[in-house]
Every structure is written in C-alpha cells, then in structure tokens.
Ligand binder design. Structure first.
Ligand code: C5P
Length: 276
C-alpha cells in the first residue's frame, strides 16, 4: 500500500463515429465506434483511509456522493478501501464518458495505491468503462467490451459543446430506429494526417444523433451553430449526447470558435481541446 495520494486523470472520451450494428437478445445494442480522448477531463485522487467520496470542482453540483456513484462502484469491484476525491470538470450524462472515465481513473489509481489487479469484468460498471480504462484511441465493438487500441492517430483540434442538458442513454437507445446503414470497414484505413482522418470521418456517422435530436431538439441547434463557424470541417454528436464536437484545422481556429460560441451562448458549456 502506497502512503502518498495518487491522482489519475479521467479524460473526456469522444466517439468520432458511432455505428449501431445490431442488438443482443438482452436488449443491449452492438456498437462499432472510433473513440479518442481529449486533453481535458476530471481527476480522481485516492489516499489510504476509510471508504469515502468527496466531489469537488466546477461540475460537482448534483453528482451523487453515495454508493450509486460509479467511482464507488469501481472501488467495490476492485475490493479496495480508500478515501477518494473526484474533481469534476466534465458535465454529467453528456456523452463524453464522464462517469465511465471517472470509474476507470479510480480503478487505475486504486490499483497503483493498493497493488490490486485490475478486475476483468469492468464492463459490468458501464459499456464505456473498458475503453476509458485504456484511455487512448481505440475501436470499440460488442456492447463496449471489445476494445482494440489503434496506432497513434493524428491530433485533431476540436471544440466540445454541451447545451447543458443531461441526456439519458437508455431513452436515446429506446428511440433508435434501426436502419441498414453501411457499417464501418472491417479494416480501418491508416491516417497519416489530420486532413486524411477528417476526410474519412466525413463519410461516417453517429447513429444516435437522430434519436437524440428527437429527445432533445437543442442538439440540432448545437450542430448547426458548430457547422456555421469558420473552418469547421465536421460537426457531430459524441456518444448518446448531448455533447457535440466540431473539428478545426488548428488550435487557433478552435480557440476562436470557442470564444465566439461562449459570447453567443453564455449558458452552453464550450471547451476547445485536442483529441488523440
Ligand atoms: O452501460 P451503460 O450504463 O453505459 O448503458 C446505459 C444504458 O444504455 C443501458 O442500460 C442500455 O439501455 C443502453 N445501452 C445499450 N447498448 C449499449 C450500451 C448502452 O442499449 N451498447
């Protein structure tokens, strides 16, 4: 057991693509998704001590501190006792893996603190936890439990926008009308530049956008606003929403977009970031 506190980052996860490819008998949907991570996120700190969770940070309001919090469920799964601080910077129920990334960061931190082995069944905490445990670019299949790391992707400059509405993932899946959309190719192409990658991404999609817009029409406004910004190559929703991302040629264009959107929509959560 380490005696000093250990902090692990819990970066935002972004689904660059999200294709729904089928449905299991238990109702869970089969997915095929290209997932990357942002350079912004939450932070989880663990210290030796009795089990306790404290939540700090600008996005802490309304996040439960009880046993239903995924961080405490993760601690129970790994079987470790610790005093845990969760520093929240990401909006909750936002399609960017906040809770899943927190749970994954907590598992990593507790494994370092106590020397415990990472459990095999982390997907039982949530479909996005396995990819968040890896915390680097990956293709995610099955219901989320099949994670294939990808060779380093070109860095993408993005702006994340959440209109500050929480969206319920089961509600979005319930509204999904399955179509015979083309799947992602079995072998993904290699991308040598951000331009190549963006060009390819434009041929792909997020199948949950349509049901999410039906549930929360403001998502369509977010996408429109992003598309209208200078240099925006693609605007797409992440996960089951409501956070959307726009992709830009460089960090300066992303920063200028973020400044303009914050001016026009002071009530939205707007963050320029690098994805990789
Ligand atoms: O596992 P997670 O907590 O992210 O899933 C929340 C809900 O979203 C599930 O209970 C299920 O209704 C739906 N879901 C799904 N197929 C997935 C992931 C989630 O239908 N692959």
């Amino acid at each position: 057991m380490q005696s000093r506190p250990i902090t692990e980052p819990a970066p935002a996860k972004v689904n660059l693509t999200l294709h729904v490819t089928g449905r299991r008998a238990d109702g869970y949907h089969l997915l095929d998704s290209l997932v990357v991570f942002a350079d912004i996120g939450d932070r989880v700190t663990v210290r030796p001590g009795v089990s306790h969770l404290r939540i700090t940070g600008p996005m802490s309001a309304g996040v439960p501190e009880g046993p239903e919090n995924l961080v405490l469920r993760a601690a129970a799964l790994i079987g470790a006792e610790a005093d845990i601080t969760l520093d929240k910077h990401l909006p909750a129920a936002a399609g960017i893996g906040g809770g899943s990334s927190d749970a994954a960061a907590c598992l990593r931190a507790l494994a370092r603190l106590t020397g415990a082995r990472l459990p095999d069944d982390v997907a039982s905490l949530g479909a996005d936890v396995p990819v968040c445990l890896l915390a680097r670019a990956a293709r995610m299949r099955g219901i989320g439990e099949e994670v294939t790391p990808l060779a380093r992707l070109p860095v993408l400059h993005a702006v994340l926008v959440n209109p500050r509405i929480a969206v319920s993932t089961p509600a979005i899946f319930k509204r999904l009308v399955r179509r015979d959309n083309p799947p992602m190719p079995a072998r993904l192409p290699g991308w040598h530049t951000a331009e190549n990658l963006i060009h390819w991404l434009a041929t792909q999609r997020n199948d949950l956008e349509e049901p999410a817009i039906a549930e929360a029409p403001v998502i369509a406004n977010v996408l429109q606003e992003l598309l209208a910004t200078a240099g925006c190559a693609i605007a797409r929703m992440s996960g089951s929403g409501a956070t959307c991302f726009g992709l830009y040629p460089d960090a300066q264009a992303a920063q200028q977009t973020a400044d303009a959107l914050r001016r026009d929509h002071p009530d939205w959560w707007v963050m320029p970031t690098r994805l990789s």
